[in-house]
Design a protein around this ligand. Structure first.
Ligand code: SAH
Length: 208
C-alpha cells in the first residue's frame, strides 16, 4: 500500500467516525477515487487533509467532509442520471460517478473544464461528461435529471435547475449569502418543491 492510499484510508476512517460518511457505497467510492489526482502537483501532500484546496482560477476543490455530506444527501442510486453545476477539479463528479449511471458536470471556466476532463480521464471516469457552459441554465440537452448537485454558492437556486429535475427527485445546493450558506436539500413533488437545511458551509460563488 502506498503512502497516499494509507492517508486516504485514514481520511475515510475519520469521515466515517464523525458520521459524515454513512453508507457503504459512499465509503467505497471515497476509497476508490484518489483525491491526489485532482489537486495541483505542489499540493498533493495535502490531498488527504480534510480541507478545501486551491485549484487555480480562484477556485477550490471542496473539503472531503463537504463532498461526503453532499453525496450522502443526494441518495445516489445506480440508475441515476445526475447533473452537477461546477465541475472544478472533477473530484465530486468522480465520487458520484462511482455510485450512479451517468454524470453531466457543467463548468463555466474553460480552463477548469479542461482541468476536470483531464483529471477524470486519469481515473477512467468514463460515465462523466464535462460540459463547458453556464450552469445557471442547467444542461437542457440531457435533461431531465434524477438528481442535481450544485457545488457553488447561490443566492437562490436557478429556476432552470428545478425545471430540469424529475418529479420525486432531489437537488442539493448551498444557498445563502456570499460568505456563508445553508446546505439545502430540496425535493420536487407534483405539488411543488420543499427544502430542508443541513448546516452551514462556505462555497465559492456561482458566477453569472
Ligand atoms: N465540484 C468541484 C468544486 C468546484 S468549486 C470539485 O469537486 O472540485 C465551484 C466551481 O463552480 C468552480 O470551478 C467555478 O468555476 C464553477 N462555477 C461557478 N459559477 C458557475 C456557473 N454559473 N456555471 C458552471 N460552473 C460554475
Amino acid at each position: 500500500m502506498d503512502d497516499f492510499e494509507l492517508q486516504r484510508r485514514r481520511l475515510v476512517g475519520h469521515l466515517v467516525s464523525v458520521g459524515c460518511i454513512k453508507t457503504k457505497s459512499v465509503k467505497e467510492a471515497f476509497l476508490n477515487v484518489p483525491r491526489h489526482l485532482f489537486v495541483p502537483e505542489g499540493l498533493m501532500q495535502h490531498s488527504y487533509d480534510d480541507n478545501a484546496l486551491p485549484i487555480g482560477r480562484g477556485q477550490t476543490i471542496s473539503q472531503p467532509y463537504t463532498v461526503a455530506m453532499m453525496t450522502e444527501l443526494l441518495e445516489p442510486e445506480p440508475r441515476d442520471k445526475v447533473l452537477e453545476v461546477g465541475a472544478g477539479s472533477g473530484y465530486q463528479a468522480a465520487i458520484v460517478s462511482k455510485l450512479v449511471k451517468r454524470v453531466f458536470s457543467v463548468e463555466i471556466d474553460g480552463e477548469l473544464a479542461s482541468y476536470a476532463m483531464a483529471n477524470l480521464k486519469k481515473v477512467s471516469a468514463e460515465n462523466v461528461e464535462v460540459v463547458h457552459g453556464d450552469g445557471v441554465k442547467g444542461y437542457e440537452k440531457a435533461a431531465p435529471y434524477d438528481k442535481i448537485i450544485v457545488t457553488c454558492a447561490c443566492e437562490e437556486v436557478p429556476k432552470a435547475l428545478f425545471r430540469q429535475l424529475k418529479i420525486g427527485s432531489l437537488l442539493v445546493a448551498p444557498v445563502g449569502g456570499p460568505w456563508v450558506q445553508e446546505l439545502m436539500l430540496y425535493r420536487k413533488s407534483k405539488s411543488g418543491v420543499t427544502g430542508e437545511g443541513h448546516g452551514s458551509y462556505a462555497f465559492v460563488p456561482l458566477r453569472h
